[in-house]
Design a protein around this ligand. Sequence first.
Ligand SMILES: [Zn+2]
Length: 437
Amino acid sequence: MTKLHRRYSRRELLAGTAAISLGCSGRSAGEPEFDLLLRGGHVIDPKNGLSALRDIAVSGGKVVSVDDAIDAGRAFKVVDCRGLYVTPGLVDLHVHVFAGTNEARSYAGDNSVYPDGYTFRSGVTTVVDAGCAGWRNFEAFRNTVISRARTRVLALANIVGHGMRGGDFEQDLSDMQAGPTADLAKAHRDIIVGVKTAHYAGPEWDPYEEAVRAGNAAGIPVMVDFGSNLAERPIETLLTEKLRPGDIYTHCFSGNRRELLPDGTPNPGLFAGRERGVYFDVGHGGGSFKWSVASTCMEAGFPADSISTDLHIGSMNAGMQDQVTTMSKFLALGQSLDEVVRQSTWNPARQIKREELGHLSPGAIADVAVLRLESGAFGFVDSFGARHNGTERLVCEMTFKDGLLAWDRNGRTRDDWRELPLDYGRQGESRWDGLLH
Ligand SMILES: [Zn+2]
């Protein structure tokens, strides 16, 4: 291992010097053709049906080649991934990241977190903000958070014009308007991937119908947090009549809206909704993942389509923690690693119609997570404070965003300082290291 690192350090140094002498303009003859080579890892790329040992070559922020054995001499930087799992950068379909507005007790404010502080360290390269902002405040969200983040931040526009500013705002039917919401989504097509409705406590269907109207007008899916559980608007009707194929039911294992019937069996409406093409998302959060519901649904043959965190200041410090912990919970419920990677990469990318994300096909954006599967005695806590024991825990070792290092837990891309000159300067090269400043 040490020998390998020393060898490539020198090679990098030589290549770096050559680039400088050429004024960094273009690639000269003899210069390595790949920026980065992730070598010897077990690649899990569900879109391409791949789960095997492979090398991955990256250049210009794109995946160039995925092959059995790629010559290390062809790469500027080689990273040893033996013993690790290499997956597409994780896509977290449900987060809250509209921080910085100075509004207390609000998801369009203090309940949100800035994305970069929580994403890369758990292998996440793309997040979808689940409706923190609506048409009245989305511009501010875009300008102060989304455009400043290194994380790829996409968003669902709340059907409420004020977004998730809290109780009174989110119950105001008069501020739920399909027209302005659809116009907003069309004006921000590069970022807005759907419409969200959430937290509604009244008996009306208006929030859901208005969200679907906006979704139809903008040609995007709707994600529903079904709010309070009311007999006037049963979940079966939502899933079989109100939502369209391709719409997303989040918090699917909360148990808060009769996902399980009183006799403890899964609501047949879940199966009927899936049959119609409705997607089911975990959205773990601070109150929406219950072991008994998830376990019962999975035993009945009803796994989630996507695993998401519902990241916010409450959930991250409670049972949810982060994306890889949430994935580990589904390993503990008996799902395979390949399945939980699919539910955290290609499946969510398809749900938001961003099929350029969530896979490692040659030519794809080089967002990559390098994960380690620890064995041992672990405990996982749900949103209700109940524990489930497991024997495996996923840990994120490295994350690359657009081909550049964004997180490296154990310094696997780095050289031992004792192998460097005493007066070594800042390490890393801009061809692979996104942590240079
Ligand atoms: Zn949420």
